[in-house]
Write a protein that binds this ligand. Structure first.
Ligand code: OOB
Length: 538
């Protein structure tokens, strides 16, 4: 282990480290290179100082970004924020996110990356849980004033000493007053916590996912390789950049590792994103399936030159095969399915995969060192092609949530595999097909119905644009099947939908009991369909 100038180790309380023997193997095999994330930027800036890094109103080159990150690091330390301290970051998709992130990383301060859509309940919980001493926000985004939220959080959480504001600071500190010159920065230990992501879990309050420099640097560099990212690429951060997918899969960090340029949009709608793609000649971006569908439809009415775009990554939730098949012809891009999780494991379809594989699977693991088990309810491995729960461990998968010992005893096996809760089938080639979530089933009178399966069939109906299946309480059956549909034109009758599904060979007990129409489906902070909300709406 390299030495660190941080005497404080309090930030490691409640951190679940990799076991020493595995850590050694990952180093020996070269997965962990002992490079702190802050060095990724340093190396690119040395290699290609004059290349464009951040695009937008105030563009910067790699040399400029490198200098801005150093100045931010010095300024944060000068405020009295110490290496190992946690800082909650909640910024919209703006270029300023990058110098803030790298300022923190280089100072050895740990960013807790929250999403712009998080509100008091989540921010207060994450601030307390992480023990954060500072909170970085933008003044406002749309009609939401983050300073008002910060006022509530500072009143509730006494540990929070600083609020740094991008834009008009109000009663807080302006972020642009922070950067400073300073003494050499502290050494950062690559095996230490680099940053914290927030779990995308759909139950309960979010959990913290502490990722180390070693594991996250590998995540970025290896992902850049499978996305075949190079210095000529332009990556557009379309999804909220605090999310693992646009941040590091390969996202902003992968782009930075190879010296590609980065652009940002705060609004992922076709109007705004297509304009950014045209303006910056974007080559790669990542979206969630509902957005992919919207973009595919929008080429009909949005006039924009998308010819620069070569790769569209789609992940975060299952992309139905019918929608997957639309992507390449509608947008003139290659599709890459990405099945990943903030906890670690990433699966990608590859360039050499056939169209069939790209459209029908969610890819295969990123790393040769990823260990994947597909197990039945008793924890026994199932044969290829059979459905089971995906368990995993590997060089970039956490060994436990931060400060959550109770939950960890259930979410991880005794030998350190993460229980993803995802139901998958593995093909002999290693590709995975996600078939649902363990908990995303409707129990109708004792019969289990997979919501994903039903949704895939509903989406095949020509009038159906979006579909979600949810269980509603029912006195006789326990749960009944409700299909919520976003449709073009009139809502088909329940009888017509049943006839359609029956003709597709679906078993009678899986047919919906009720149909509901919606104009839009509610979505989570990152844009996935929010089942919890739908079920609550009844
Ligand atoms: C990504 O990360 P999270 O942490 O927001 O959510 C992870 C969960 C997975 O366990 C799975 O249930 C679901 O989201 N998921 C998918 C999927 N990708 C993620 N389900 C079906 N098909 C897919 N392609 O969502 C995430 C992180 C990194 C890269 C991409 C996505």
């Amino acid at each position: 282990m390299t030495s660190t100038s941080t005497a404080a180790t309090e930030h490691r309380d409640g951190f679940a480290p990799f076991p020493a023997d595995l850590a050694e193997q990952y180093r020996q095999a070269g997965y962990w290179a002992g490079r702190p994330l802050g060095e990724l930027l340093r190396e690119t800036a040395r290699r290609a100082p004059d290349r464009p890094a951040l695009l937008g109103e105030n563009p910067s080159t790699y040399a400029e970004l490198d200098r801005d990150a150093d100045r931010m690091a010095h300024g944060l330390l000068a405020l009295g924020i110490a290496p190992g301290d946690r800082v909650v970051v909640q910024l919209p998709n703006v270029p300023e996110f990058v110098p803030v992130l790298f300022g923190l990383l280089r100072a050895g301060i740990i960013p807790v990356l929250t999403l712009p859509a998080h509100r008091r309940a989540e921010i207060e919980h994450l601030t307390r849980l992480s023990g954060a001493v500072a909170y970085v926000i933008a003044d406002r985004a749309g009609d939401f004033d983050y300073r008002a939220l910060a006022a509530e959080i500072t009143a509730a959480v006494p540990n929070l000493r600083h609020v740094l504001v991008l834009g008009e600071p109000g009663r807080f500190t302006a972020l642009d007053s922070v950067p400073a010159e300073g003494d050499p920065l502290p050494a950062v230990d690559a095996s230490d916590i680099a940053l914290m992501l927030v779990s995308g879990g759909t139950t309960g309050l979010p959990k913290l996912i502490a990722r180390t420099h070693d594991d996250y640097t590998y995540n970025a560099v290896a992902s850049a390789e499978v996305a075949e990212l190079g210095p000529e690429d332009v990556y557009l951060a379309t999804l909220p950049v605090a999310h693992n997918f646009p941040l590091c899969c390969p996202g902003v960090l992968g782009a930075l590792a190879v010296g590609a340029a980065m652009a940002f949009v705060t609004d992922p709608s076709p109007e705004s994103a297509f304009a950014a793609i045209e303006r910056h000649r974007v080559t790669v971006t990542a979206v969630v399936p509902p957005l992919a569908q919207l973009w595919c439809a929008a080429v009909e009415w949005e006039e924009a030159d998308l010819s620069s775009l070569r790769l569209l990554q789609v992940g975060g939730a299952r992309l139905a095969e019918v929608n997957a098949r639309d992507v390449a012809p509608a947008l003139g891009v290659r599709l890459q399915q990405v099945f990943g999780m903030a906890e670690g494991l990433l699966n990608y379809t590859r360039t050499e995969d056939s169209d069939e594989i790209v459209c029908t699977t969610q890819g295969r693991p990123l790393s040769p060192a990823d260990e994947v088990r597909v197990v039945d309810a008793d924890g026994r491995e199932v044969a290829d092609g059979e459905e089971g729960e995906l368990l995993t461990r590997g060089p970039y998968t956490i060994r436990g949530y931060y400060r959550a010992p109770e939950h960890n005893s259930r979410a991880f096996t005794p030998d350190g595999f993460y229980r993803s809760g995802d139901l998958v089938r593995r093909l002999p080639s290693g590709h995975l097909m996600v078939s649902g979530r363990i908990k995303d089933v409707i129990n109708r009178g004792g019969e289990n119905i997979s919501c994903d399966e039903l949704e895939e069939h509903l989406l095949a109906h020509p009038g159906v644009r979006h579909a979600a299946a949810v269980g509603l309480p029912d006195a006789a059956l326990g749960e009944k099947v409700c299909a919520v549909l976003v449709v073009d034109g009139d809502l088909p009758s329940l009888a017509a939908i049943k006839t359609f599904l029956t003709a597709r060979g679906l078993a009678t007990y899986k047919l919906p009991d009720v149909l509901r129409r919606a104009d839009v489906l509610p979505v989570t902070a990152v844009g996935k369909i929010d089942k919890k909300m739908l079920a609550a709406q009844g």
